[in-house]
Design a protein around this ligand. Structure first.
Ligand SMILES: Nc1nc2c(ncn2[C@@H]2O[C@H](COP(=O)(O)OP(=O)(O)OP(=O)(O)O)[C@@H](O)[C@H]2O)c(=O)[nH]1
Ligand SMILES: [Mg+2]
Length: 334
């Protein structure tokens, strides 16, 4: 993830650096010319001219130049407008009025962009999530999202993680809508050695979830993971039905699963799901195949909900946390 963004930003920062160098060269030429004039007029030659010549005070105009330089790279890689505004404001705060030298100007600019990027990412720590899950028995997690984004696969990955942590999850096959969805979850439950509660196709998804919770209580399971049918964010009836599943199952945590490859649509979908169904955290699947990454950067900033995990492949262990500092460092540093 972020490969394109990283490359584009590097090119932009190189270009900005080139501009600053040119400006500095002009400044140096001007200062030297002035010094020569003074000497010619018989005024004493400055003894310590290096600092004034080699340092440059960044103005608001310079910041606008810097921002203009990276803006296109960010837009091309699906970073949302409100995130761009935030980055612009951060750069003004961090850089305007700062004195930089030719030697450290690149570092200063990179530091400011890095700081801003890490600020816009809101993520959940794995340990904090595990603490939440352990805080109640059974802890109920509902997974929602558009069709095909990776919900069922993500549930299997989360179940695998929880099992490795010594917890006992139960799976609820509450997608009673899509052909073969129950069998798909059943395959995961068998491979992972987990209980699965299912009804038939066309059954009420909320009733399946209800039964799964009752089963978890009766066998002393720690977590219930509820799979749901993918809904187009535009289909009012299906979205309504999902809101009903949420009302009935009263989840402790509702997780929106999005597909990194959908780009800007990811954020649009999340906004609609938040408005119509409500959710607490996000998981972004298919981060391994998304070269841009900007939508992932925008998601938590716009929804104000933390990113719990990103999906990094099709295997059970392909689930990672998104650390803001490490992510920003990866994007900015060569
Ligand atoms: N590369 C990659 N593929 C993934 C990831 N997560 C899911 N997939 C693939 O995406 C496809 C759809 O995954 P599902 O888990 O069935 O998606 P879903 O949201 O449950 O789909 P519906 O139930 O039809 O709404 C499958 O081929 C998965 O293997 C991921 O993190 N990386
Ligand atoms: Mg599914």
């Amino acid at each position: 993830m972020f490969d394109f963004l990283k490359k584009k930003l590097k090119d932009s920062i190189d270009a900005i650096q080139g501009k600053i160098l040119k400006k500095e060269e002009k400044e140096i030429d001007k200062n030297v010319a002035e010094e020569i004039k003074k000497v010619e007029k018989g005024e004493p030659e400055k003894t310590k001219k290096t600092p004034s010549i080699l340092s440059h005070k960044i103005t608001e105009d310079d910041v606008s130049d810097i921002y203009a330089g990276i803006k296109e790279s960010l837009i091309d890689n699906n970073v949302a407008m409100s995130v761009l505004d935030e980055i612009h404001n951060d750069l003004k705060k961090e850089l305007a009025g700062e004195s930089v030298s030719i030697i450290n100007s690149r570092q200063k600019i990179e530091e400011a962009i890095k700081k801003s990027i890490s600020k816009v990412i809101l993520s959940e720590k794995k340990e904090k999530f595990l603490d939440l899950v352990r805080s109640k028995k059974p802890y109920i997690i509902l997974f929602v999202g558009v069709n095909g984004v990776g919900k069922t696969t993500t549930i299997a990955k989360v179940a695998n993680l929880l099992k490795r942590e010594g917890l006992k999850p139960v799976l609820s096959a509450s997608d009673t809508f899509r052909a073969a969805s129950i069998e798909q979850l059943e395959v995961h439950s068998k491979r992972l050695g987990l209980d699965l509660i299912k009804h038939t196709y066309g059954a009420d998804p909320a009733a399946v979830a209800y039964d799964a919770i009752s089963h978890a209580k009766s066998v002393g399971a720690d977590v219930v993971l509820i799979d749901t049918a993918g809904r187009s964010d535009m289909n009012k009836d299906l979205i309504e039905e999902l809101a009903k599943v949420r009302r009935v199952s009263k989840p402790d945590l509702t997780v929106f699963v999005g597909d990194a490859l959908t780009g800007n649509d990811l954020v649009k979908q999340a906004k609609i799901f938040d408005e119509k169904v409500g959710f607490d955290m996000s998981i972004v699947a298919k981060a391994d195949v998304d070269k841009k990454g900007g939508a992932v950067l925008s998601l938590s900033y716009i929804t104000k909900k933390p990113i719990l995990f990103i999906g990094t492949g099709q295997g059970y262990d392909d689930l990672a946390t998104l650390d803001p500092e490490r992510t920003a460092k990866f994007i900015i540093e060569s």
